[in-house]
Design a binder for this molecule. Sequence first.
Ligand code: UN1
Length: 508
Amino acid sequence: MSNSVDVKQETAALLDKLGVARDAWTGGDMVSYSPVSGEAIGQLKSVSAADTNAAIDAAHEAFQAWRLVPAPRRGELVRLLGEELRAAKADLGRLVSIEAGKITSEGLGEVQEMIDICDFAVGLSRQLYGLTIATERPGHRMMETWHPLGVVGIISAFNFPVAVWSWNAALALVAGDSIVWKPSEKTPLTALACQAILDKALARFGSDAPANLSTVLIGDRFIGEAMVDHPKVALVSATGSTRMGREVGPRLAKRFARAILELGGNNAGIVCPSADLDMALRAIAFGAMGTAGQRCTTLRRLFVHDSVYDQLVPRLKKAYESVSVGNPLETSALVGPLVDKAAFDGMQAALAAAKVEGGTVTGGARVVEAGKDTAFYVKPALVEMPKQAGPVLEETFAPILYVMKYSDFDAVLEEHNAVAAGLSSSIFTLNVQEAERFLAADGSDCGIANVNIGTSGAEIGGAFGGEKETGGGRESGSDAWKAYMRRATNTVNYSKALPLAQGVSFDI
Ligand code: UN1
């Protein structure tokens, strides 16, 4: 194709423009591939275990200085980061499309999510409030103070290669922490770009930001292991598979370090008899097919009431058959590539297993883009299942939507909650009793429960995360910042006596 994008050349131009030094991504041992074409786009140098430990020690020194900078001043750094991200939005969004395979609007949307969390964190830098608490003792005052925590280790996944870093980085920086980041091995170039953008903000900020406040460590899992085991890393925020979380969680617990775990999801939607089916159709299509099914919030299970099944599901199947799949750099297709061959193989294995359980599959076949047989594009799959069994109970990181019929609301709530993960969920209904029940204590057991919107695409203002095997961590908005700080309860005696609490007497 004469007018086709030269992915390698464009990557180089973007990295230059974003301020990433050439020697950081050429001539190294770790290869980054673009899922768009399957070709190698960077050779990065991976760090050694000794480099990693030294970087953590340096980050700890940075923390000791940064914690003394007033929080609103720390907010100024994040404000500048937001400004730099605004300026870099088109380039960084495009690089996300190249390295993670996202369609243009989702690549840009991810950078917008970074800008949003920066704005949120700037406001937060003047709102790191503690309570004043009534004491039982006369002449005393009790209060709580939030202090910076330490070095924050960030482990992120390929599917949100830049936004998840920013959720953690923006909060950690205003909280007074330093950060050390191990990006996914599949998306290291976007990580270098984020660091370069932060470096621009740091250069404008001035000398009260210490060196080594933020470090990107390129390499494989041993970096994550070093972070998890290093006594100077106070918190590890890890996004990835439940399998990864099972290793990270206990190791952190062993040394009593904090964890924010953002693991798998197996998110479901329920379509009730009163649902606005046009709206549900659009929400389901974006939730299940958007980002080629590679969000942790992707809609993977759909329960449809039998009274509306025959109105909704044939329309949904049509949407699956007609959805555009293609190169996100050259077309306006809605579905880009899977990240790699392993993702494609995993999808095919899940579809085969679904057939064994009696599933009927629409879509799911590979789409070979002209001249790009090293890339893995696929038609999203809709699978009608007689029951929730086999692969339906697992998260397969690909665009597969399992559709099931239901007739009883209590029973469907039980089925909804009968999976190991507990990230996101939604109900489509105009019936207030069903909607409120879904949100109630005996409703959805997920960290995110929505009414008449899909499972994915959360805004940064709310706390983001989920229960059960999703890991229980919360990032982003609301009071998620508290995980990045330590709380001290302070009792001050301004009286001339020493009354003891609980009426205890101890007179010497
Ligand atoms: C993820 O897939 O790891 O709610 C994060 C969403 C996005 C974040 C997804 N705001 O879909």
